[in-house]
Design a protein around this ligand. Structure first.
Ligand code: HAM
Length: 453
């Protein structure tokens, strides 16, 4: 063995000793039972997105770090401390995507989407990564779905995005658990004026601020308004209000958004302190707050980001979007005891004895699956007793039994596992018999769809 090889073997064996056989902190497996929820939720998202003319996009899991650093804002929690950043072998700085908007904006620019019919509506369902402090509803890898509408400035679209988010929550049976918090943070110019006013207000009061707010005052004073520290909250109460710095256009825009939301029958709470944790927003911002726990357990949020695409080097393009965390949605569904159908329950277990039977079962299993019967079979050499035990463990409602006698006679036994009864049927008719027992409507028929050549 070469010494290099020995070295790597030694390394591997220490690694296996020191690394516990479990997921890293803050990440989790999605086991089959939970996948039922993911499958259901993704179906709702896809369906609602298609109805509203959105098309799906997947951006890479990692981007150049600059894509996030420039767009989300240097003084945001994500950029300051939550990004998974690494150098590749050529020393380029890359970051696992902590959110979806920046990557989609990058794709809009890179693929000249401004040349398409506007607005361009895109949606995504993807894993995202934040080096967050793991706790309930806060993970280091989590699934987020989001919608982005790029290329049009119209308060109707803001209202429609909020409505779409709400509709998805309705479909999932959890809409009533959330308060929609709404605010406007004005145009970029309004924000500049307001930011300056905030700085002027806080200058001289730094000693009363928490360390985090002190460090954010220069770059991101609006974040001081939603700090949870008691002293910071007292100061925030007395701080200048955004409303005093909004231009006439921004006020009108906000009034229109509210009017359209009312038209759509969507209830919301105005929250002048809502600023969102990312720097790219302008005008409308909103969050879906847990009615019981408030901001802490927000399920989703979004807003308008009219300056982002231009700031990233693209054409001046207004845009608005929303994203929500799927793990948090599932937690709420479970809390409400909402279950989703599982499509995994098998219909039939096939047990057999003898080589001839095994061969016949191979073909039969394929045929049953084609017919939409979810089928598994023990094609090994276990005893009949062992195979029936296995069928029980899989909770199959029916087991087929094929032995040497049945092969010779051209029959097969159907065993009803719930009642323990058995019947002998003709081998050629067994699929029809099973379908009539299980019901056409319960079959899992699959057709790959029509290919277009
Ligand atoms: P965000 O508020 O940072 O917004 O994230 C949206 C949602 O993702 C949160 O409300 C939460 O449900 C979920 N989420 C965030 N971090 C975690 C975590 N560590 N663990 C579990 N779930 C989490 C955005 O990301 C914006 N890009 C939304 C947007 C789209 N704005 C415009 N377009």
């Amino acid at each position: 063995m070469s010494s290099q090889n020995e070295e790597s073997q030694a390394q591997a064996s220490t690694d296996s000793l020191s690394t516990p056989c479990q997921t890293p902190k803050g990440v989790h497996d999605i086991l089959p039972d939970d996948h039922d929820y993911y499958t259901f939720i993704k179906k709702v998202i896809r369906h609602r997105a298609r109805q509203a003319g959105y098309r799906r996009i997947s951006t890479p899991i990692f981007e150049y770090t600059d894509i996030f650093a420039r767009s989300l804002g240097g003084a945001t929690d994500i950029v300051e401390k939550e990004m998974y950043t690494f150098l590749d072998k050529k020393g380029r700085s890359l970051t696992l995507k902590p959110e979806g908007t920046a990557g989609v904006a990058r794709a809009y620019i890179q693929h000249n989407m401004s040349q398409l019919a506007q607005p361009v509506g895109l949606y995504y369902i993807e894993p995202h990564f934040r080096y967050d402090r793991p706790q309930k509803g806060r993970y280091r890898q989590f699934w987020q779905f989001g919608f982005e509408v790029m290329g049009e400035l119209d308060p109707c679209i803001d209202a429609q995005v909020i409505s779409l988010a709400n509709k998805i929550n309705e479909d999932l049976g959890i809409a009533q658990l959330f308060d929609i918090q709404l605010n406007t943070i004005g145009s970029q110019e309004d924000r500049q004026k307001y930011t300056q006013a905030l700085k002027d207000y806080y200058y001289g009061k730094e000693r009363s601020l928490c360390e985090h707010c002190k460090s954010r005052l220069e770059q991101n004073p609006m974040r001081l308004l939603d700090c949870k520290n008691e002293d910071c909250q007292i100061l925030a109460e007395l701080a200048p209000k955004m409303a005093g710095y909004l231009s006439k256009e921004s006020i009108e825009y906000y009034e229109d958004v509210k009017e359209y939301l009312a038209e759509l029958g969507i209830k919301f709470t105005e929250n002048p302190k809502l600023v969102r944790g990312l720097d790219y927003y302008t005008n409308t911002v909103f969050e879906f707050w847990d009615a019981k726990e408030g901001a802490q357990n927000a399920i989703g949020g979004g807003g308008r980001y009219d300056g982002l695409i231009e700031q990233m080097g693209g054409p001046s393009t207004p845009a608005v979007g929303y994203a929500a965390g799927i793990e948090r949605i599932i937690a709420h569904m479970k809390r409400e005891k909402i279950r989703v159908p599982s499509k995994d329950q098998i219909h039939v277990f096939v047990a057999q004895l003898g080589k001839e039977s095994r061969k016949k079962c191979l073909g039969l299993i394929e045929e049953m699956r084609e017919a939409g019967l979810k089928t598994i079979g023990a094609l090994g050499k276990g005893s009949m007793k062992a195979q029936l035990k296995l069928a029980d463990k899989f909770d199959a409602p029916y087991t087929l039994i094929l032995g040497i006698t049945e092969v010779r006679e051209g029959t097969i036994i159907i065993r009803d596992m719930r009642h323990g009864s058995q019947e002998i049927v003709k081998f050629d008719q067994v699929i029809d018999e099973l379908i009539s027992k299980i019901g056409e409507e319960n079959l899992d028929k699959y057709s790959p769809g029509e290919l277009i050549y």
